[in-house]
Design a protein around this ligand. Structure first.
Ligand code: NAP
Ligand code: G4F
Length: 344
């Protein structure tokens, strides 16, 4: 039986990836922090918690990580654990750098020092690494686009991405850093904007009438579905040659457009009104304020536009997303209705 080790297994992507690999008959080992034991709800929701072999550890603890890799001898390692929230990285840059970069170096070093060249390694790169490179021309980003990160998070991921390429080229490791654009799902963390919008608007529609507070409504993201994106991670490690592929849908929407789509699907009639530098959104049907912008959610430095080009992944590893923005939103709303026990 083939074995896969997944760090960050209790995160959004870790849970979907474990589910996918179990279906492909892999034995799954999942690294989690001891403090995370009560945060296994995603694995419980997918009904796979009891099929995971948990390993407790900290990502930046080299010795522990090395012992586990030598003990398990996995065929595949997926390093998904990270401090993944961009806004938090402005307040805690050192921590973000240690977790997101030093941990990757630790795994690469472990593979090199122990000559574990048969293990295939994937680490989670991100579209945040490009920063505002698209500029006013609003270019589609591909594998050749230069990286110009505009957040400590983005910079930590560029360092990890470059180290992965360096170890691949210098020592012949099968190591990939997948350049994934934003991907969401019902199991997305509640601090991220899509989940925050869907969860709150379902609550406003059916139970609590708590106004939603958001930051920049005009930044644009290329949003896909996590289930499609974990498939790309697997395909990258199954391919003959390691390569850092861009994974994206090629479509972009603003936060305002995403909010509006969700609101309309739930039966609101959203009207936006400027209030100085801030904005409010009123539901025309009830004349009630449903959203306000708040300075608290604006960023020190904003990445304003992301749109990817995944032609290379389509050609070389046969990856193509099944979800689009509407089916993604429908999936997220449907989970929230069930989760909040809504009787329509
Ligand atoms: P997520 O839901 O935030 O999950 C992050 C995981 O990392 C959690 O399981 C978390 O465990 C774990 N973790 C954090 N710090 C750790 C530490 N010190 N030691 C061990 N584990 C630790 O993130 P995601 O959305 O699944 O994303 C997966 C990866 O892809 C991340 O590396 C992220 O940066 C990257 N990425 C995500 C996207 C996206 O749109 N989702 C796009 C591009 C790249 P706890 O429960 O203990 O916190
Ligand atoms: O949902 P977000 O926090 O995602 P962000 O910053 O794009 O990062 C996500 O995608 C990256 C890939 O590009 C990953 F690497 C990273 O780990 C993470 O998964 O914010 C999306 C946009 C931003 O422009 C933000 O300023 O939404 C804007 N926004 C507006 N109001 C908000 C809010 N974001 C959050 N989280 N909360 C708000 O209230």
């Amino acid at each position: 039986m083939k074995k896969a080790l997944i760090t960050g297994i209790n995160g959004q992507d870790g849970a979907y990836l474990a589910n996918l690999l179990l279906k492909k008959n892999y034995k799954i080992y999942g690294l989690i922090r001891r403090g995370s034991t009560n945060r296994l709800y995603r694995l419980e929701y997918l009904n796979i918690k009891d099929r995971i072999n948990f390993i407790y550890g900290e990502l930046n603890e080299f010795q522990n990580l090395q012992n586990e890799i030598l003990r398990i001898k996995p065929d595949l390692i997926f390093n998904l654990a990270a401090q993944s929230f961009v806004k938090y990285s402005f307040d805690n840059p050192t921590y973000t750098y240690e977790i997101n970069c030093v941990s990757v170096l630790n795994i690469l070093e472990c593979l090199r020092r122990n000559k574990l060249f048969k293990i295939k390694f994937y680490t989670a790169g991100t579209s945040e690494m490009f920063g505002n490179i698209s500029g006013k021309k609003k270019l589609k980003i591909d594998e050749k686009t230069p990286m110009q990160p505009c957040s400590p998070y983005g910079n930590s991921k560029v360092a990890a991405h470059n180290l992965t390429s360096i170890y691949r080229e210098s020592y012949g490791l099968f190591a990939c850093s997948g350049i994934l654009f934003n991907h969401e799902s019902p199991l997305r963390g509640e601090e991220f904007v899509t989940k925050k919008i869907v969860k709150n608007l379902v609550e406003q529609k059916y139970s609590k009438k708590t106004i939603l507070y958001l930051g920049n409504l005009d930044s644009k993201r290329d949003w896909g579905h996590a289930e499609d994106y974990v498939e790309a991670m697997y395909l990258m490690l199954k391919s003959k040659k390691p390569f850092n592929y861009v994974i994206s849908t090629g479509k972009t929407y603003s936060v305002r457009e995403f909010f509006t789509k969700v609101a309309v699907k739930l039966g609101f009639e959203p009207i936006f009104k400027k209030k100085g530098k801030l904005e409010v959104c009123i539901d025309k049907k009830t004349n009630r304020i449903i959203m306000k912008t708040s300075k608290k959610y604006f960023r020190e430095n904003e990445l304003s536009y992301l749109k990817g080009n995944s032609i290379m992944a389509k050609k070389k590893i046969g990856w193509k997303p099944k979800f689009n923005i509407d089916t993604l939103i429908d999936d997220m709303i449907s989970y929230e209705l069930k989760n909040q026990n809504v009787q329509k």
